[in-house]
Design a protein around this ligand. Structure first.
Ligand code: UDP
Ligand code: GLC
Length: 387
């Protein structure tokens, strides 16, 4: 390939969500000139800096960052000056680049205008399902209209995400499905974390959820399932990351007390040693009650060769082949989840068979190399066709 285009990666958040971990995995291995621009400081910026990725955090964007589907007209008006400042700053940085790559919706809205002003092609990586579960119809209409008008390409993290974009009026010809790529070796080689002793779990069966604490991630469904699984312990790894998730996290902690599960449910907060923790559990559980756009945690469980139970919706159905590489249960169905956990624990031979098949497939389908090639090709095309 010719010299890699210079890329300005833009993300609105510096929290460590799945989309940010995905970008981190890509840029830390990418050759060639690039810079990451964030709209705030935080752990994502720190991780980029530790990986020697040139990174700049902008300031003064709080009104834009706090704007959400619940915000009213007043908040929208208050976000305008901050938005204009961001457009100016992104445009300044874009002038020196061949392509702008926006890794979130807010970043894309800003980048689309900045890219138009500077005639720089803009690629948008859409990580969310554009459905009513997640976004207001105004938000979806706005972002899709901007994509149709200004994006050179829209990378989507699953067929499900692609479908939601097209159903919302997005042009199918813009889309490229690129699955998250993960470092298989790290998950295969990590030594199990010493949680059993540290948490007083002993030899009890242990299931783990590795998602941020958020209502749509559905950790409450596991708590309900545990009522009928008296011997089973659970690790809840992750913390509230965004806005109103804090209330849900507190509700979960209260519910553990009310259900008498304090001895069996272990909240570990946000952790940076996920591979070691995944390797320490017997079963990986994914409980999202709204369709998951992709679901890195599902692929990570497979790479660690664990039996994985996920909810039958969205991208999860593209990662797990039911009956072959894992288990799928209806979202929000605590009884079905409890039955699946019982099945996995009572039939270890079947669990091992699916886990082995799952790892084999995941290594091929979710490799860092495949992801990097697909993203690089999209960026090259965008640089060639121009803004
Ligand atoms: N994760 C993490 N620390 C935690 C909990 C989760 O690093 O304490 C990681 C997890 O390993 C996964 C990502 O956060 O890579 C979550 O990505 P996913 O796509 O599953 O969901 P998202 O939160 O992006 O919707
Ligand atoms: C988003 C989605 C998640 C996906 C991640 C990486 O955060 O919620 O399902 O795995 O992006 O694409």
């Amino acid at each position: 390939m010719s010299t890699p285009p210079s890329v300005l990666f833009v993300d609105h958040t510096a929290a460590l969500g799945g989309a940010e971990l995905y970008l981190l995995d890509y840029v830390r291995h990418r050759e060639g000139p690039h810079q990451v621009l964030l709209f705030e400081e935080g752990p994502f910026a720190d991780r980029l800096a530790s990986a020697d990725v040139p990174t700049r955090c902008l300031s003064g964007a709080s009104a834009v960052l706090s704007f959400s589907r619940a915000s009213g007209l007043m908040a929208a008006l208050q976000a305008i000056p901050g938005g204009m400042r961001l457009i100016y700053q992104v445009a300044q940085a874009a002038r020196a680049c061949d392509v702008v790559f926006a890794n979130s919706q807010k970043a894309f809205l800003i980048a689309a205008v900045a890219g138009t002003l500077t005639r720089t092609p803009v690629v948008w990586n859409l990580h969310d399902l554009l459905t009513a579960d997640h976004f207001s119809s105004f938000n979806t209409r706005l972002v899709v209209a901007m994509a149709n008008a200004f994006a050179t390409a829209v990378v989507v993290n699953s067929e499900a995400t692609r479908q939601s974009f097209v159903d919302a009026g997005g042009r199918q010809s813009l889309t490229r499905v690129v699955y998250n790529g993960l470092d298989a070796q790290v998950f295969e080689e990590a030594r199990p974390a010493n949680v059993r002793e540290a948490q007083g779990i002993g030899d009890a069966p242990l299931v783990g959820i590795f998602s941020r604490l958020a209502p749509w991630k559905g950790q409450h469904v596991l708590l309900e399932a545990l009522d009928t699984l008296p011997a089973v312990h659970a690790l809840l790894v992750g913390e509230a990351l965004f806005g109103d998730e804090v209330t849900y996290a507190q509700r979960l902690r209260d519910e553990v007390g009310q259900r008498g599960l304090s001895d069996r449910v272990h909240f570990l907060g946000f952790r940076n040693d996920i591979p070691a923790l995944v390797n320490a559990v017997d079963v990986v559980v994914h409980t999202s009650v709204a369709p998951e756009p992709f679901g890195r945690v599902i692929a990570e469980g497979l790479l660690a060769q664990k039996p994985v139970i996920a909810t039958r919706a969205g991208g999860a159905q593209e990662i797990i082949r039911e009956g072959k590489t894992g288990w799928l249960v209806p979202p929000g169905d605590a009884d079905a989840l409890a039955r699946a956990i019982r099945h996995v624990l009572s039939d270890p031979e079947e669990a091992r068979r699916r886990a082995r098949a799952g790892r084999r497939e995941a290594r091929e389908r979710f490799s860092l190399g495949t992801m990097a090639c697909a993203l690089e090709a999209t960026i090259h095309d965008a640089a060639r066709t121009g803004g």
